[in-house]
Design a protein around this ligand. Structure first.
Ligand SMILES: Cc1cc2nc3c(=O)[nH]c(=O)nc-3n(C[C@H](O)[C@H](O)[C@H](O)COP(=O)(O)OP(=O)(O)OC[C@H]3O[C@@H](n4cnc5c(N)ncnc54)[C@H](O)[C@@H]3O)c2cc1C
Length: 453
C-alpha cells in the first residue's frame, strides 16, 4: 500500500514483530520528539494508521523522577507539551499523558486499547532503552522505532562507536544529500473515532510531581515549538553570519540557544539544518553551525548508543584510562567536594562565574562548559569523582541536560573521548588541558565574571 508521507526506510525499524493483528489503534509513544510538526515518528504513525484504517493516539509517559530532572526542566517540558497537545488537537490526534512507570503504563494502555502498533522515538540513552526493553517484554503489539533526532539516522550512519568527528564526518556527509530534506507537514487525521479525549492540566501535573523545586524555571527562554522556531528564525536572519567568530566568546550572544528546544524535541534538528542549509549564503559560519548541529550532535548520539558506559570512567578509551590512572596520585593544588563546586565556592572567579551562569540561566555558554568540566577534573579527588560531579551538576541545572550531548561533552573534557593525547602534565596526564590565561587571550574574562556575579 502506498504511503501518504514519504519516509526513508532507513529512518525506522521494527523492534518487535508482535501479532499486529489487534483491532485497536496505532499509538505514537512520544518521548524524545515532543512536537507535532517536523516529526518523522508521528508521520510514520500516521502512515500506519492510514494504511490499516485505524485511529491514532499520541501518548506521553511521564516519569516523576527522570534522571534527577528539576522543576526548571519539567517547567520547560510542560510548556512545550501544552502547545504540542493543542497542535495535535488541530490534527485531530488525541494526546494522552500517563503517569507512573513508563513501560508498565504503556503496556497497560496498549492492553486496554487493544493497540496493534506502537511507534517510539529513537533515543540512545540507557534509561530509554530499558523502558523499551521492558515494554517489549510485556506487549504483543508490533513495536517500532523512528529516528527523528538525527539528520542521517544514527543506526544508518555506522554500526560502531566512532573515534571522533574525523571518522564520522565523511560517513554523514556522504549521506546528507539523501537525508537533509524538507519534512512534509501532517494533515488533520480524519479517521479518529475512538472517543478518547484527555485535556491535560500541566500546572496540576507539575505541582503533583515529587521533584526538586529549588531549581527554579527560567524566564529568558520560553518553551515550545513556536518559540523554538522563532529563535531559529532570529538566529538565521541575524546571528548566523557572525557565528564562527562569536560563538566562542562567552561575553557575546553568538550561539543559537537552540539546544533546550532540541533536547526536549520541541524543534527538529533537521528543520534547523534544512533552513540554515537552504537559506543562508555559503560562509565559514554556515559550515561551522552545520558542523556542530549535524556532525558533533550526531557523534554524541553515536557515542551514547554504542558505548553503554558513556557516563562512567570505564567508558573512556584505554589511552585515557591509562594516563588518568598514571596521574591518579598527583598532588592537586585544590580539592573541592560536590557542595563546594555546586555553590561556586572555588578559589577561582572565572570558574565560579561559569557555575553561576548555569545556576541562574540554566544554560552555560558552550566555551565555558569545556573549561568548567576540565577544572572539575583538576580540582577533584579522582577522575571518577570529577565525572560524577560534572554529570550531576550538568543534569541538575542545564535546561539541555540529561542529553547525549552532555554525557559526551563531559566525557570529552574529562576522559578525552573523541579527542587525542596531548602533552603530559600533572593530574590531566595526556588529557587536553585548559587554563585561565588561555581564556584571557580569547575573551574579556573580567566582563564575563561581572556578567555572572
Ligand atoms: C562539559 C560539557 C557539557 C555539555 N553539556 C551539554 C548538554 O547537557 N546538552 C547539550 O545539548 N549540549 C551540551 N554540550 C555541548 C554544547 O556545549 C552545547 O550543545 C551548546 O553549547 C548548546 O548551545 P547552543 O544551542 O546555543 O549551541 P550552538 O553553538 O548554537 O550550536 C547549535 C547546536 O549544535 C549542537 N552542538 C553545539 N556544540 C556541540 C557539541 N560540542 N557537541 C554536540 N553538539 C553540539 C547542539 O545541538 C546545539 O544546539 C556540552 C559540552 C560540554 C563541553
Amino acid at each position: 500500500m502506498s504511503e501518504k508521507y514519504t519516509i526513508n526506510p532507513a529512518r525506522y525499524r521494527l523492534l518487535q514483530d508482535g501479532s499486529g493483528s489487534a483491532a485497536g489503534p496505532v499509538i505514537y509513544w512520544m518521548s524524545r520528539e515532543q512536537r507535532a510538526e517536523d516529526n518523522w515518528g508521528l508521520l510514520f504513525s500516521l502512515n500506519l494508521a492510514l494504511q490499516n484504517q485505524k485511529p491514532l493516539i499520541a501518548v506521553f509517559t511521564l516519569a516523576g523522577d527522570f534522571l534527577g530532572a528539576t522543576l526548571r526542566q519539567y517547567d520547560f517540558m510542560f510548556g512545550g507539551l501544552a502547545e504540542t497537545e493543542k497542535n495535535l488537537e488541530a490534527l485531530n490526534i488525541p494526546f494522552v499523558v500517563l503517569k507512573g512507570n513508563p513501560p508498565q503504563e504503556m503496556a497497560e494502555f496498549v492492553r486496554e486499547t487493544g493497540a496493534a502498533d506502537v511507534v517510539s522515538d529513537f533515543d540512545p540513552l540507557k534509561i530509554k532503552r530499558v523502558w523499551k526493553r521492558d515494554f517489549a517484554r510485556d506487549t504483543k503489539a508490533r513495536f517500532w522505532e523512528v529516528d527523528s533526532h538525527n539528520v542521517v539516522p544514527a543506526l544508518h550512519v555506522t554500526d560502531k562507536e566512532e573515534f571522533g568527528a574525523y571518522t564520522i564526518r565523511p560517513k554523514i556527509t556522504r549521506k546528507l544529500g539523501e537525508f537533509l530534506t524538507d519534512i512534509p507537514a501532517p494533515e488533520p487525521y480524519a479517521l479518529n473515532n475512538h472517543g478518547i479525549k484527555q485535556a491535560n492540566n500541566y500546572t496540576e501535573i507539575l505541582a503533583s510531581l515529587n521533584t526538586d523545586k529549588e531549581v527554579k524555571p527560567v524566564k529568558w527562554l520560553k518553551p515550545g515549538s513556536a518559540e523554538g522556531k522563532n529563535n531559529l528564525e532570529l538566529f538565521i536572519s541575524k546571528k548566523l553570519r557572525g557565528y564562527s567568530e562569536e560563538r566562542n566568546d562567552p561575553t557575546l550572544k553568538g550561539q543559537s540557544d537552540l539546544s533546550p528546544y532540541f533536547h526536549f524535541g520541541q524543534l527538529s534538528p533537521q528543520r534547523a539544518a534544512w533552513e540554515a542549509f537552504t537559506r543562508a549564503p555559503e560562509s565559514e559560519s554556515k559550515q561551522a553551525f552545520l558542523e556542530e548541529l549535524i556532525v558533533r550532535r550526531e557523534l554524541a548520539d553515536n557515542y551514547c548508543y554504542f558505548n553503554k558506559k558513556y557516563d562512567l570512567f570505564d567508558g573512556f578509551k584505554d589511552w585515557a584510562k591509562k594516563t588518568l590512572n598514571d596521574h591518579r596520585d598527583d598532588k592537586r593544588d585544590y580539592i573541592y567536594n560536590e557542595a563546594q563546586f555546586e555553590k561556586g565556592e572555588t578559589h577561582e572567579d572565572l570558574w565560579n562565574a561559569a557555575q553561576k551562569e548555569m545556576i541562574k540561566k540554566g544554560k552555560m555558554h558552550g566555551f565555558m562548559r569545556m573549561y568548567w568540566a576540565k577544572k572539575i577534573l583538576e580540582w577533584s579527588e579522582s577522575p571518577e569523582e570529577a565525572l560524577r560531579i560534572a554529570v550531576y551538576l550538568n543534569d541538575k541545572y542545564e535546561l539541555d541536560g540529561r542529553d547525549p550531548n552532555g554525557y559526551t561533552g563531559v566525557a570529552w573534557s574529562i576522559g578525552g573521548i573523541h579527542d587525542r593525547a596531548w602533552t603530559e602534565r600533572p593530574v590531566y596526564g595526556k588529557i587536553r588541558y585548559m587554563n585561565y590565561n588561555g581564556c584571557k587571550r580569547k575573551f574579556d574574562t573580567s566582563l564575563y565574571i561581572a556578567m555572572n556575579s
